[in-house]
Design a protein around this ligand. Structure first.
Ligand SMILES: Cc1cc2nc3c(=O)[nH]c(=O)nc-3n(C[C@H](O)[C@H](O)[C@H](O)COP(=O)(O)OP(=O)(O)OC[C@H]3O[C@@H](n4cnc5c(N)ncnc54)[C@H](O)[C@@H]3O)c2cc1C
Length: 455
């Protein structure tokens, strides 16, 4: 596509996807106006505010590499080699490695720091204009208008809608306005579990209070606590818990109830969280859900991308990675299209099945994280899966690894192969050889019969 033949592209939302997309478009010479309702993060102290972190994996990294920004992002990353599972007795914790190759790790990264680097990189291009404190309220394809409000002066104004890309996140105002006007059909499936972020500060020595190269999990069946490291020596812990019921946010309304609950369920974490009760009262309780949207664009005038099109629950650590992969696919399509509408159509066709697959796998991973990681059968089958990957690396890759470490395998394919593999693992687990060990003769037969080599 020839950038000079186009009006500037509006990107609504300078979050993770919007800022990366701005870099990719600017590299191709497009003029981009980036709007965000937040104040400019470049003007705030990088260390201020709460540290919220995310797991970055191969799909996200591939997109960041395409944009040429990895050199600036690498120093922000902390590798996590596996899950450190903390059991209820608080007496033991065990590392379950994520993969078996040295490079099969995921990375904890601070959301604010990552977003700031991407915005700085976008702003380096003189074809990019970044406009902060600008809330976009609605998109009207009929009138070719994008309505926004300046949050400082309170003034509302309109700019031409065509061509806009809405990356305004899970609660997208653009999606709501287009849905209300009948251009899109939107379904938001809210989970009945919410989340709350808390802090594990550095130990008195200034070092990490827990092993830093792991994602810590306290799985408790119906709920869980997790913690990811930050570069300042702290961890951000997140409690995922039912909204109502016996063990729920609704039951944790007093400092005593919060302290009792944490002492009972996460006894080894409590000494590491000196501000637990105060933070629990002060920090917001977030909602989680999956967004289903049809279609993802209105003609060639507006496309939704990232969470705005397909927000998912966070239990596979893939929402940002999927949003970055969207940007990569979008960028590749620019090589082959001359007009926006066919590009948007092909983008949706290619991404929709993959977004649906990761949405489903993310829901399933909640059960795995909060429950199955402690189950002996799960641990046994995981060990068999690792051995099958060692023996048949071109055919058998554990589903988690396909999603996290193999960006060349689309999510939908990982889901399909994962279902075949799960069935195969069940069979092998229930049909050991005469000594009670895994029957690898049977394993070879089943793997070769049921799993084509990965293309
Ligand atoms: C608790 C939790 C943990 C998560 N952990 C992970 C993880 O480990 N790994 C992972 O890959 N993903 C994770 N995710 C998902 C990840 O946060 C999202 O998928 C990712 O942020 C999507 O990027 P985005 O750019 O689409 O949206 P966002 O990053 O949400 O950006 C949206 C931007 O739009 C702006 N905006 C919103 N409304 C307007 C408006 N009306 N006008 C103008 N601007 C607007 C916002 O200010 C923001 O800057 C997690 C999510 C949650 C909730």
């Amino acid at each position: 596509m020839k950038p000079e033949s186009h009006q500037p592209v509006n990107i609504v939302g300078a979050g993770l996807a919007g800022a990366l997309l701005a870099v990719l478009l600017a590299r191709r010479g497009f003029r981009v106006t980036l709007y965000d309702r937040r104040p400019d993060p470049r003007n705030s102290d990088a260390e201020s505010g709460r540290s919220i972190n995310l797991a970055l994996a191969a799909r996200g990294i591939r997109a960041l590499e395409r944009a040429g920004v990895m050199d600036r992002i690498r120093p922000l990353l902390i590798p996590m080699r596996g899950r450190m599972v903390h059991d209820l007795s608080a007496s033991s914790s065990a590392l379950q490695p994520y993969g078996q190759q040295e490079h099969e790790v995921i990375y904890s990264v601070g959301r604010a720091a990552l977003n700031r680097v991407l915005i700085e990189e976008a702003a380096r291009y003189d074809t990019v204009t970044a406009r902060f404190d600008q809330a976009c309220l609605a998109a009207s394809p009929e009138r070719n208008a994008l309505r926004c409000r300046d949050r400082i002066g309170g003034v509302e104004y309109e700019v031409p809608l065509a061509t806009s890309i809405a990356t305004d996140g899970a609660g997208s105002a653009i999606r709501t306005s287009l849905g209300t006007a009948g251009h899109l059909t939107v379904r938001e499936d809210w989970l009945d579990h919410d989340y709350k972020e808390l802090t594990i500060p550095p130990a008195q020595s200034g070092r990490y209070a827990l092993e830093p190269h792991a994602l810590h999990i306290w799985p408790r069946g119906g709920f869980m606590l997790i913690a990811l490291p930050n570069t300042d020596g702290s961890f951000t812990a997140t409690l995922f818990l039912a909204r109502t019921g016996e063990n729920s946010f609704a039951s944790l309304t007093t400092p005593e109830a919060v302290a009792d609950f944490f002492l009972r369920e996460f006894a080894d974490a409590v000494p590491l969280m000196p501000n637990l009760v105060e933070e629990f009262a002060a920090h917001p309780q977030g909602q989680l859900g999956t967004v289903h949207l049809t279609p993802w664009h209105v003609g060639g005038s507006v496309l939704l991308l990232g969470d705005a099109a397909h927000a998912i629950v966070p239990f596979h650590g893939q929402g940002m990675n999927a949003a970055f992969e969207d940007c990569l696919v979008f960028d590749s399509l620019l090589d082959r299209h001359e007009r926006w509408e066919p590009l948007f159509t092909e983008f949706e066709q290619s991404r929709r099945p993959n977004a649906a697959a990761i949405a489903q796998m993310a829901l399933e991973n909640y059960l795995e994280m909060r429950d199955a990681v402690l189950d002996a059968g799960f641990v046994r089958r995981k060990a068999i899966a690792m051995e099958l990957e060692r023996r048949f690396p071109d055919r058998f890759i554990p589903r988690y690894s396909m999603v996290m470490f193999h960006p060349e395998i689309p999510y939908a394919q990982a889901q399909r192969r994962g279902a075949v593999q799960a069935q195969l693992l069940e069979e092998l687990d229930s049909r050991p050889d005469s000594s009670g060990a895994t029957n690898f003769v049977l394993a070879e037969k089943l793997v070769k019969e049921r799993l084509e080599p990965i293309a």
